[in-house]
Design a protein around this ligand. Structure first.
Ligand code: BGC
Length: 963
């Protein structure tokens, strides 16, 4: 009895003792912005961690990092010692040179503002790749001869491992997209929860004339003593398939691997690819695989070809692939995966039998039955099923089916259905059937031949992906479909942002933007996932990049992709239109500049100075390219004029856009140079000064070229005014004010609608807000007429479209079929405004990565509304930065008070700016006068704003009008 009492008392005492110490934790340890990365070749990887606390005013005053080759930290390779610093992002490794193929464990001890020491408890590690240890004579193998029909190659070898294995790693890469198997099992990575996660579409898309990535896998658990089999499939992918548009000539598929096995006695074994011991065959179940066209799979051809005892006597000896001339680099970053948490169950399935004639051109599908719940469906030969996933997405389907051996299933994919079967509405087939004409030449199909398994057979493709909401399915015999789901496939970057309001359509728009991103971040940032394009269009991502990095953690993704951009840069400095380069050209204004804008964005969001350093020489080269564009009349012409304000309703001269983007480049280069400068006179400071002069010169020439004495632009368009205002290209405050007035007039004259294309739309909302027209921005956000964001929401969009009116209920499909993608993220750039202006979550460029947060929530304070609009009374956003989650929510109460709930993560500070309704406003925090609240460092009221300096913590502010 006594004992039982003693324990709780002791426990309480213990808690009291430790609580003040343990209120703060240190977690989310990352290396190179990744959790426990395997296979890095960086000689000086960078570390980061987060402090987490519910208390206010928590900060770091010092850190100490310890890196060791053992989990018990006995074999230390680096002890940073206590470093007085508040930095916890991108701390550079400073220990002895790292060895290849080695796992390093690390921990960090943080000293907080009250000198408490907190040690991280996560099991954190990183593992080096091959570094300089090389490939031990591993060779790129290839099929010695091509198959005339089948396009997916299989490679295999066996070897005997004769001792007990302590550890094993396999390093692999492919020319074409590849998959690796050991002893019949697919190679993947075991996650923290013990689940195996598979990477799809390895090695990802790079500029293969320069770079291909290798991946590293821990394969100890797949190996056994005795005979082991190593196998791989390689499909055309981005290397040889249609999507490469012949960029790499007509190269052969290739595969390279190095397996290193360490036995328990310390000895080791190395197995590598070579033409002597590896064999190939094209006679597998995956007959054809192409990103644009789809996959042909014959389940009758399945065999145990990845197992040790498979008879490969009919397979051929490999050749050596010499097509790749670049460098094989280690890949560290988010991989492409099936994103299981996003899996879609069909919302509706329609079974139809032939076409009913109507008064339309194509008629309508003859519906036999519809299913709104998952069901086992019997599909007789000759009938068709149409699946509606309820969401436009990127990936593939996974199904389980029963039927006779040799029965052939055909599936086709599409983003939309034909509505009335009328040519005049742009339909390409009967009402209710798949609209596929916008896929252009992409076949986007699956063909599956059944092996006739009485238990049913399961399948999903692996060599292709589709942009689709709908798919149809027919079979050459009667079949039973037990299940069919939509699997979302894309780069698995962690989603870190959220935004919602009390306006359901705005929330739907936000969801469309998120799905646009999920659909178009697949190894590289693409324009669209469905037609014969799917390229890394630079213009699209420079417009959407900021939004994208609020939605998801793109630190490592952009690090990789800016490498592709550099690889693809032309010798004269012109950045490509798409990266990796293929098919199109170079040096087009507002596209090429992604080479500068994306590194700058990444620096702002993740405090990644490294990305600026890595890209700086290429940026300078691009600036020289721009300088060379002078002609007899004008010195500052900017880049090429091919794309202008792409797909706008009103044309802005594309040369005008080029000149503006030249000014933009100069401005950013000034900022980037200053960010890299460490003293007032160093080389970067000098370069920054030069960029300022350049910018002033461009501005001067811009004025003589485009501005008249009254401040009117010769280009009287919304986009023209927006760019000039954003880039501060007017000569005086008066001219600027006139331009603001003109811009407002242009929008009003257009019935409160925008008419901008990609470039103007990427600029409009932040610029309107910056020039004092945030009310106009709110009007535009809630506009429902064409063109507007909610217009496509009203037309049923579940992703952002290439055009505002790619489809309208009134008129059907847009007649310019070739540019009628239903999954193009560029116009989704409005979410940047939602995060940065509506919720007001901004990094401070003088202290980036959200170390200091500029929190400027801007509630919908409109007093009058365009017809049909009402006030947004509530918005709620969050962003999980590298310091922790920032929250900003506001609510306009019925009595006019405004409540602001904000969270400032530990080890950060914020400047919160609140808009006051009158000079008499009072500001409360947790119902106390704000000045007296813990964590509130200062409150300064100036004009109609309260500027509040905050330490970390959760706060609840209320502004109230005294009258
Ligand atoms: C793409 C766009 C791209 C444009 C360049 C289109 O085909 O889909 O998103 O930026 O070409 O003009």
């Amino acid at each position: 009895m006594k004992k039982a009492l003693l324990i709780p008392v002791f426990f309480l005492f213990w808690c009291i003792l430790i609580l003040p110490l343990s209120a703060t934790t240190v977690n989310d340890l990352r290396v190179e912005y990744m959790k426990n990365p395997i296979g890095t070749d960086m000689s000086q990887p960078r570390f980061s961690w987060k402090m987490e606390s519910h208390e206010r005013g928590v900060s770091q005053t010092a850190y100490r990092i310890i890196v060791s080759t053992d989990a018990a930290f006995k074999k230390k390779v680096w002890d940073s010692g206590e470093i007085a610093s508040d930095q916890s992002v991108a701390i550079v490794y400073g220990g002895a040179a790292l060895s290849p193929a080695t796992r390093y464990f690390w921990k960090v001890q943080v000293k907080d503002h009250s000198s408490h020491k907190i040690v991280s408890t996560e099991k954190a590690f990183f593992e080096t790749g091959l570094i300089n240890s090389g490939w031990s004579n591993a060779q790129w193998i290839k099929p010695l001869q091509r198959d005339t029909i089948n396009t997916v190659a299989m490679f295999r070898t066996t070897c005997t491992l004769n001792k007990k294995i302590r550890s094993a790693r396999i390093y692999t890469s492919g020319l074409g997209i590849y998959e690796v198997y050991i002893n019949g099992k697919r190679v993947g990575t075991t996650d923290e929860k013990g689940k195996t996660v598979y990477d799809e579409f390895k090695p990802g898309w790079t500029d293969y004339t320069h770079t291909v990535f290798y991946s590293t896998y821990d394969v100890k658990d797949l190996l056994s003593k005795g005979k082991n089999a190593f196998a791989a499939t390689v499909a055309p992918g981005w290397w040889q398939g249609g999507v490469s548009h012949g960029k790499y000539g007509n190269p052969d598929l290739g595969f390279i691997a190095k397996l290193v096995v360490i036995y328990t006695d310390g000895s080791s074994e190395v197995v590598v690819t070579d033409p002597q011991t590896w064999k190939y065959s094209f006679d597998g179940a995956i007959r054809q695989g192409d990103i644009y066209n789809g996959e042909i799979y014959d389940a009758r051809k399945e065999s145990a070809w990845t197992s040790p005892n498979f008879d490969d006597s009919k397979w051929q000896a490999c050749g050596i692939n010499t097509d790749f001339k670049g460098i094989i680099k280690a890949f560290v970053g988010p991989t492409v995966q099936v994103r299981t948490q996003l899996q879609r169950v069909p919302m509706k399935i329609t079974r139809y039998d032939g076409i009913m004639e109507t008064d339309s051109d194509y008629g309508k599908i003859n519906v036999k039955e519809t299913y709104t719940q998952p069901a086992v469906i019997s599909l007789p030969k000759g009938q068709t099923l149409v699946y509606d996933m309820g969401q436009n997405m990127t990936g593939w389907v996974k199904f389980k089916v029963k039927g006779a051996e040799g029965t052939e299933i055909t599936m086709r994919f599409a983003e939309m259905l034909n509505d009335e079967g009328k040519k005049s509405r742009g339909d390409d087939g009967p009402g209710g059937s798949l609209y596929r004409i916008n896929l252009r030449s992409a076949k986007a199909m699956l063909q599956y031949t059944l092996k006739g398994d009485a238990q049913g057979e399961e399948y999903h493709p692996s060599t292709t992906f589709f942009g689709f909401r709908y798919c149809d399915l027919t079979a050459t015999g009667d079949i039973e479909i037990e299940s069919l789901t939509g699997e979302v496939v894309g780069t698995a970057s962690e989603e870190v942002g959220s935004f919602s309001t009390d306006h359901p359509d705005v929330n739907q728009l936000f969801s469309n933007i998120i799905w646009g991103q999920r659909s178009n971040f697949l190894s590289i940032p693409t324009d669209c996932p469905q037609r014969d394009e799917r390229l890394g269009w630079m213009g699209d991502i420079q417009i959407f990049g900021r939004t994208a990095s609020y939605n998801a953690d793109l630190a490592a993704f952009f690090h990789k992709w800016t490498g592709d951009v550099r690889d693809s840069q032309r010798d004269d400095g012109a950045y490509p239109d798409v990266a990796p380069i293929c098919w199109v050209g170079y040096g087009q204004a507002a596209w090429a500049e992604a080479g500068i804008i994306i590194p700058w964005t990444t620096y702002l969001m993740y405090a990644d100075k490294g990305i600026l350093e890595d890209n700086y020489p290429a940026m300078e080269k691009y600036m020289s390219f721009l300088a060379a564009q002078a002609d007899d009349k004008y010195k500052y012409n900017g880049a090429g004029t091919n794309y202008g304000d792409w797909v706008s309703y009103v044309k802005t001269d594309s040369r005008y856009i080029s000149v503006c983007y030249y000014a933009y480049s100069a401005l950013l280069m000034e900022k980037i140079s200053l960010a890299l400068s460490s003293s007032k006179k160093d080389i970067y400071a000098q370069k920054a000064a030069y960029c300022r002069i350049l910018y002033n010169n461009i501005k001067r020439e811009f004025q003589t070229r485009y501005v008249d004495a009254t401040g009117r632009l010769s280009q009287n368009t919304q986009t023209a005014y927006l760019l000039a205002l954003k880039l501060d290209l007017f000569s005086s405050a008066l001219a600027r004010q006139r331009a603001i007035n003109n811009l407002q007039i242009l929008i009003m004259a257009n019935d409160n609608k925008l008419n901008t294309g990609f470039v103007g739309t990427g600029t409009i909302m932040p610029t309107l807000s910056d020039v004092g027209l945030i009310n106009v921005a709110y009007d535009l956000l809630l506009q429902r007429e064409n063109p507007s964001w909610l217009y496509s929401v009203d037309q049923g969009a579940t992703t952002v479209w290439e055009r505002w009116n790619s489809y309208t209920k009134e008129n059907g499909f847009h007649p310019d079929i070739g540019m009628n993608s239903f999954n193009h993220y560029a116009y989704g750039a409005v979410a940047e405004w939602m995060y940065r202006y509506v919720a007001g979550i901004n990094p401070d460029e003088n202290n980036p990565g959200f170390k200091h947060i500029l929190l400027n929530p801007s509630p919908d304070f409109r007093k009058s509304f365009p017809e049909g609009q009402t006030q947004i009374k509530h918005a709620d956003a969050s962003y999980n930065s590298y310091y922790g989650t920032i929250k900003s929510a506001w609510k306009i109460e019925d009595n006019g008070d405004v409540r602001y709930d904000v969270t400032i993560p530990a080890n950060t500070t914020a400047t919160l700016t609140l808009i006051l309704s009158g000079k008499q406003s009072e500001i409360f925090e947790s119902e106390l006068s704000a000045e007296n609240s813990k964590g509130v460092v200062s409150v300064t009221v100036k004009d109609d704003k309260a500027i509040i300096k905050l330490a970390s913590g959760n706060y609840s502010f209320r502004t109230s009008d005294r009258n």
